[in-house]
Design a binder for this molecule. Sequence first.
Ligand code: FE2
Length: 297
Amino acid sequence: MNRFNQYVNDLFVWNEQMRHFLHSEQVEQDAELWQQLDEFTELIENVNQELSTEQLLSLQAKVEHIHEKMENYFARKQGQGVGTIWTEAPKLSPGEHTLPKLPYAYHALEPYISEEIMRLHHDKHHRSYVDGLNNAERSLKKARETKDFSLIKHWSRELAFHGSGHYLHTIFWHNMNPHGGGQPKGLLQDEINRYFGSFAAFKHQFSEAAKQVEGSGWALLVWSPMAGHLEILQSERHMQLTQWTTVPLLVLDVWEHAYYLQYKNNRAEYINNWWNVVYWHNVEMRLEKALDNTPGI
Ligand SMILES: [Fe+2]
């Protein structure tokens, strides 16, 4: 393959990655970014002969322009404190957490999860964890400054409760998608089959873990870097029964605030329906990132 073909080929791959990324991030508002990528796709799909230097330079300029747009997009997202697994998490000072936006519309998960639940769950409950985490961090900063640690037990509990509440909800929103459902692919599929035997066996255990959480809590699919395999855990409230060093991949909120308005006390029906909105692409990406960052022992 000559260098020109190689360059165009690279552009194809890059363009595909960008489209895939935008889709996974649900960039619904930034229509301009999508339009530019659409134009770029059309342009490179019609390249079937050697371009002149001038045409090549024009192509390069377009790539650079889109690249700059993407960088602005990342910077904006980080400014909003989203810090998803694909963007580098911002380095926050004590008390600077912000409520991330939902990656889709409030009604997008209907009929499985109602708009009313999503509004309440995201705007009220999740916000209270963000506020609680900021408060705990600021209070501990003050304790360091005044050297008064008489309330450290209280603030440590608040830090764990609200911090876990904030982080798990942030993962939870991205774990779901209106284009979700079905089964995972690739590496995640392989790891599920290797450890649980089959997708059906995994799904059965995860659903039972969620149904049988005592009181409020979560079911979580995690990656254990120490053991080098997946695991299913339960968490009571937000932070109890966890296994340190594991990386959450797929989380299911079974607090009553996540389903009661729509499903009343039928947690099992909520869990059965929830599988229709599981966004496996997001879970697959999380596993790949977890494996990339495995520090070893
Ligand atoms: Fe929740």
